[in-house]
Design a protein around this ligand. Structure first.
Ligand code: SF4
Ligand code: SF4
Length: 136
């Protein structure tokens, strides 16, 4: 992946038509986030036992690709697949630099291997870069 200026590249392309293109292929299945070694999103659930007298509060893995994850009081802030894919890749390759001073992608390729329709994060970045170069 060409990472030259990638943080700003994604910041500039929030409205790129490629997000709608990838949404036509993405199943929002969460596989990429489940296998990514740097994804860390989780949720909290209360699990009562059958007596209904005790409950455990447990943390389990979650994903920014689920409807529930983006639901806050009053609605879902990322209701479309395109907005969820954009959020995932923009966090991983752009705003991760602001949070942690480095990329959120180690280049392992697991998200590509386990994506049912074969969406390739390197191909999506290449397409965004190419569309920007074509319009300049
Ligand atoms: S290639 Fe990058 S985004 Fe994909 S699973 Fe590996 S670290 Fe995560
Ligand atoms: S694994 Fe592929 S289809 Fe599933 S949510 Fe990730 S990008 Fe979309």
């Amino acid at each position: 992946m060409d990472t030259e200026g990638i943080r700003d590249l994604l910041q500039r392309n929030y409205e790129n038509a490629r997000w709608d293109d990838v949404a036509l292929r993405c199943l929002s299945c969460t596989n990429c986030t489940m296998v990514c070694p740097t994804c860390f999103c989780s949720t909290i659930e209360d699990v009562p036992d059958l007596s209904m007298e005790n409950a455990d509060r447990v943390r389990r893995w979650d994903s920014c690709f689920t409807d529930d994850f983006s639901y806050i009081h009053g609605g879902n802030m990322r209701p479309s697949v395109s907005s969820r894919y954009r959020h995932w890749i923009t966090h991983k390759l752009s705003t991760w630099y602001d949070q942690f001073g480095t990329s959120g992608c180690v280049g392992c390729g697991r998200c590509i291997t386990w994506c049912p329709p074969g969406i390739d994060i390197t191909e999506e970045v290449r397409a965004i870069r190419a569309s920007e170069e074509a319009s300049s």
